[in-house]
Design a protein around this ligand. Structure first.
Ligand code: FE2
Ligand code: FE2
Length: 266
């Protein structure tokens, strides 16, 4: 009988509300589903804008093994230093080579099984300039030792088509290609023909009584008036959206995928 590993994938964690929801519920989810490894996106941990050591430690302490990132990566200045001090942080591999930090990492489960996590960022409808995510994915896969079978890719991108493209590009080469960034979960989770699981967006862990995690008044006012507004994160009442995977340790292929929603009372 083949051995399996269970992984939980969490999308963009939005500010205080998202962090509190994870602190309150992640340890229980890990026990309930016998989860070996947890990855989350940290680009919005600090009130919606980037990551700091302090807020990252809150989610690491709750059970997260790796924090990926995205277009908000450098919103907090100190993070350029922090990312180089701890290899549980990664940033998109297709940022320009001058960027601090790494585009992928390998961490171990409590039982010593290695898990690789790669981060890329899309080029379509995104504010920013970076290199090709497909080339960066190929490069990362050429560098990851071949005995590491469990490989996850967070593709932080707006366009669902570009994310689906990555899903097929990596089919048979990684365990899971999933999207983050839109803050809205999609229900298209699937296991492709060569064993790679795919989902267009995991969804945000944050308040949905909002506009993608931000107070609706400010965001709506900006839409109605086209005037600049300060965006403020909604700081309570988060829903957790996450995706649970079961993968074959020998082949790295995904054998089961399931979406999870935890909706604490507001
Ligand atoms: Fe985000
Ligand atoms: Fe983003």
């Amino acid at each position: 009988m083949s051995e399996h590993i269970k992984l939980l994938v969490i999308g963009d964690i939005l500010g205080k509300a998202g962090r509190k929801a994870l602190r309150d519920h992640l340890p229980h989810l890990i026990d309930e589903h016998a989860i070996d490894f947890v990855v989350a996106n940290g680009e919005n941990l600090a009130a919606g804008f980037g990551t700091t050591r302090k807020v990252a430690d809150e989610v690491f302490d709750a059970g997260v093994h790796v924090l990926t990132n995205g277009n908000h990566c450098w919103d907090q200045r100190d993070f350029m230093k922090t990312i180089d001090e701890d290899d549980r942080f990664i940033r998109p591999a297709n940022f320009f080579p001058e960027a601090p930090g790494q585009g992928w990492t390998i961490q171990e489960t409590a039982l010593g099984h290695p898990v690789a996590v790669i981060n890329t960022i899309g080029q379509i409808f995104m504010n920013g300039t970076w290199n090709c995510p497909f080339e960066a994915a190929d490069q990362a896969l050429s560098e990851i030792p071949s005995d590491v079978k469990i490989i996850l890719m967070d593709m932080h991108a707006e366009a669902s088509s570009e994310k689906m493209g990555m899903g097929w590009h990596l089919d048979g080469r990684v365990s899971f290609v999933y999207g983050t960034h839109t803050h809205i979960p999609t229900c298209d989770e699937i296991i492709h023909t060569s064993g790679t699981a795919y989902q267009t967006d995991i969804g945000m862990t944050g308040s949905y009584q909002s506009i993608i995690g931000m107070r609706k008044e400010g965001a709506l006012h900006r839409m109605l008036t086209r005037l600049p507004q300060r965006f403020e994160a909604v700081d309570r009442g988060a829903t957790i959206f996450a995706t649970l995977l079961q993968c074959d340790l020998k082949t790295g292929k995904t054998t089961h995928i399931e979406r999870i929603k935890v909706n604490p009372s507001h």
